[in-house]
Design a protein around this ligand. Structure first.
Ligand code: PHE
Length: 458
């Protein structure tokens, strides 16, 4: 094989895969391992999981295809992409607001996401030092509450994580990320399987299966449905432009449908495995409850590691992998803002990263304090939340902003864009009609109904 040919073949293969890897890196993160189990616990399991799965299939996958398609067609930051595409389709420039709302959502999400990633970072060292080996569940809970009630410690870990993120963003997202994801994501999957293997031997695996998959629809409140839908957006990184901007790196001949399905299935699998690893542990300790809230994995996983052979090593590795998974997601949360600063404000990548990072870090302090001095309870559609600003930011972004962003993306792709354009971009045969139906009617109507229902409007 000639060198040229080799390069061209390798180049093409690598480009489709680099998109899949980067997008999977964005999708798989704290959402799968930290958030999915704790909100599933809070909202009662089974029925919530089913709504989430339905949302992934009927709303998530079609909208992911739309986002990738718009990104690939526009080839700029989401704000400029939407402006250019609106112009091309003869539509109003107001559509660029999809990009603006996405930048804001990504910024707000990263502000709290980095704090939680900081917890995971702290746990690399907690578990690594071996303290957890000797603890029982009360001890593990004490370690957790000692960490989160100390804002100074949290601030230090949060700062460290933000610095890690901004260093990668400053160097350009495409370098380094690919390698990290290619190596570490499969490792994360293997360790999750080890954990599930351990969970199978706790004697409570069946309880966990029942909890996760046996729906009790009486537990399905309006808040649960909204949260399940919001989580479908959050976990797939949809509705804020992250997937759109990664889509802009996608070569023209790659199949958008196929790649979107691969990413969504991989992401869902990781979440379900995390659930299967965590709930058996929850059920085997009487003082743990599924509804423990954001601390759930930090109070359960260490116990699993404490009780398994070579637990310190597995545990340390696992928390390292969580940090990496969070890292590859954080990068995509801030990338739309950074790309815009570079394109429209003439900043260099480094100064764009520094300013965006600094602003996010500053807002993140509100979340740091939400677990101690600023903690307050409030009721959100039947669920009691304990962590003030953090919970408000989470509900506002994941449950409102992302679904609204997704709704507008669906309306643009399904109603504003000429059919000819989406057809040529997606290059699907008979399944085009299915996508068309989902993006035009099913996805937007479901999002709208769920949101309007929440406000008591229907
Ligand atoms: N999908 C990421 C996760 O599950 C979070 C994320 C949301 C990343 C939105 C980018 C955009 O952890």
């Amino acid at each position: 094989m000639s060198e040229e040919k080799n390069i061209s073949i390798h180049g093409q293969w690598s480009s489709r895969w680099s998109f899949i890897l980067a997008a999977t890196g964005s999708a798989v993160g704290l959402g799968n391992i930290w958030k999915f189990p704790y909100i599933t616990g809070e909202y009662g399991g089974g029925a919530f999981v089913i709504v989430y799965l339905i949302c992934v299939a009927l709303i998530g996958i079609p909208i992911m295809m739309a986002e990738v398609m718009l990104g690939r067609r526009g080839r700029q930051s989401p704000i400029n992409t939407m402006r250019a595409l609106a112009k091309e389709e003869g539509r109003h420039g107001i559509w660029s607001w999809i990009g603006w709302m996405g930048v804001l959502a990504g910024f707000l999400i990263l502000s709290y996401y980095a704090v939680i990633a900081g917890w995971a970072l702290a746990y690399v060292f907690r578990v690594g030092s071996g303290v957890i080996q000797a603890s029982d569940s009360a001890g593990v809970q004490a370690i957790f509450s000692e960490l989160v009630s100390d804002p100074e410690k949290l601030l230090a870990w949060h700062t460290l994580f933000m610095v890690l993120t901004m260093v990668v963003v400053a160097r350009g997202v495409k370098q380094g990320l690919e390698k990290a994801v290619r190596l570490l994501m499969p490792l994360l999957l293997i360790l999750l399987l080890v954990l599930v293997g351990y969970a199978m031997n706790t004697g409570h695996f069946n309880d966990a299966i029942d909890f996760l998959f046996k729906p009790d629809f009486s537990k399905l409140t309006g808040g649960a449905i909204l949260t399940a839908m919001g989580h479908a957006f959050f976990t797939l990184s949809l509705g804020m432009g992250a997937i759109m901007i990664y889509g802009s790196y996608l070569p023209a001949n790659a199949s958008i449908a196929q790649t979107s399905i691969i990413i969504s299935v991989a992401d869902t699998l990781v979440a379900l495995l995390a659930g299967l690893a965590i709930f058996p542990v929850v059920f085997s300790f009487p003082d743990l409850t599924p509804g423990a809230g954001p601390g759930l994995i930090f109070q359960t996983l260490p116990l699993a590691f404490a009780n398994m052979p070579a637990g310190t090593i597995f545990g340390t590795l696992f928390f390292i992998l969580i940090v990496v998974a969070a890292w590859t997601s954080s990068i995509s949360l801030i990338e739309p803002a950074v790309a815009w600063l570079i394109e429209n404000r003439g900043m260099t990548r480094v100064s764009a990263a520094v300013w965006a990072g600094l602003a996010t870090w500053l807002v993140g302090i509100a979340t740091v304090l939400s677990f101690s001095h600023w903690a307050f309870d409030f009721n959100f559609l039947g669920a009691v939340k304990h962590n003030g600003v953090f919970d408000i930011l989470d509900i506002l972004t994941a449950n409102i902003m992302l679904p609204l962003g997704g709704l507008f993306i669906a309306v643009f792709a399904g109603w504003m864009m000429k059919r000819k354009h989406s057809k040529e971009e997606l290059a699907l045969n008979h399944s085009y009609r299915l996508w068309w139906f989902l993006i035009r009617y099913v996805a937007p109507v479901l999002v709208l109904v769920i949101i309007l229902n929440l406000f008591g409007l229907i």
